[in-house]
Design a binder for this molecule. Structure first.
Ligand code: AMP
Ligand code: ZN
Ligand code: FE
Ligand code: FE
Length: 289
């Protein structure tokens, strides 16, 4: 049997629109063996996803891999590092992620201020109202939604192209942890560090540096990696003994369309799960054994 895993999905715990259990259900429907929950700078969605997986019919059981997507900055652009098998119940780890969300909040404030300078009648309150509940893990997609509602742009794509993307007029990047620090944070917590969507960065020198620094894996199958890039990263993974991972980066739905890509549309062979589990196990044994 050809077992597959979608190792990159978001939920309402960050800027996805689905409850964690919906990701699990979609993974089940797609016939996947495993799905990772990898929200930006939080592990808040994981317990619910694990519960949903436990309730599932054993015949179609989906394994939930606890994960996180850590935001960092290098050379003025956002670099995302995925962490797998992170200690999602550990208070010290939560504290580190809280710090990252605090930085994210400061970034959001600067972006909104920049948009105001550009004459758009946007407010921070308006953006933060977009998310209910106590947790305000707000990201650029929420700012994009607010820009649409204010009539400043017509679509999320336009919001990113004109204002929020790395070439956008309101793109700001205050100091954040470096990708090296993100890798260390994940590994010291006993997790497995994988560079997310390397094809997005236009900086393969950086990708190489991070491989040398100590990445465990590299995300090869992702909607934003073009075909030649997948081939290149696959080669680098093989040459350096890194795990090749993949995932859809599913963010739920915005409008009628799946935001980014549909869950299950980009996957890794299940073998990748076995390899990352093995690395995590060894790392935990080394630090506690
Ligand atoms: P943030 O973590 O707040 O910096 O926002 C990052 C998120 O914004 C990504 O995970 C995507 O959901 C979204 N995003 C980034 N770039 C684009 C883009 N060019 N078009 C649409 N969405 C994007
Ligand atoms: Zn996102
Ligand atoms: Fe990302
Ligand atoms: Fe993502």
């Amino acid at each position: 049997m050809n077992k597959r895993a979608d190792l990159h999905t978001h939920t309402r715990a960050s800027d996805g629109t689905c409850e964690p259990q919906e990701n699990v259900r979609l993974a089940q429907e797609a016939g996947l063996a495993a799905v990772a929950i990898t929200d930006h700078d939080t592990v808040a969605g994981i317990p619910e996803a694990l519960k949903a997986a436990q309730r599932g019919e054993s015949a179609a059981a989906v394994e939930v891999i606890p994960g996180v997507e850590v935001s960092s900055v290098a050379r003025g652009q956002d670099i995302h590092v995925l962490g797998y098998f992170v200690p999602y119940e550990d208070e010290a780890f939560h504290e580190k992620l809280r710090g990252l969300r605090e930085t994210r909040h400061e970034r959001n404030k600067l972006m909104v201020a920049r948009l105001q300078e550009l004459g758009i009648p946007i407010t921070l309150e308006g953006v933060y109202r977009r998310k209910t509940g106590e947790d305000k893990n707000i990201g650029r997609p929420h700012i994009a939604e607010e820009l649409i509602e204010l009539g400043a742009v017509k679509s999320i794509d336009e919001a990113f192209a004109v204002y929020l993307g790395k070439e956008g007029k309101a793109y700001v990047n205050p100091p954040r942890i470096s990708p090296q620090e993100a890798i260390t944070l994940i590994k010291e917590a006993g997790g497995v560090a994988v560079l997310a969507h390397p094809g997005l960065y236009d900086d393969d020198e950086l990708v190489k540096e991070l491989i040398v620094f100590g990445l465990d894996g590299i995300e090869v199958w992702h909607p934003d990696n073009m075909r030649e890039q997948r081939e290149l990263y696959q080669r680098w993974a093989e040459e350096n003994g890194l795990v090749m991972t993949g995932g859809s980066d599913f963010h739920g739905w915005r409008g009628e369309e799946p935001f980014h890509a549909m869950l299950g549309s980009h996957t890794a062979p299940y073998d990748a799960v076995e390899r990352i589990r093995e690395i995590a196990k060894k790392r935990k044994q080394a630090s506690f054994g």
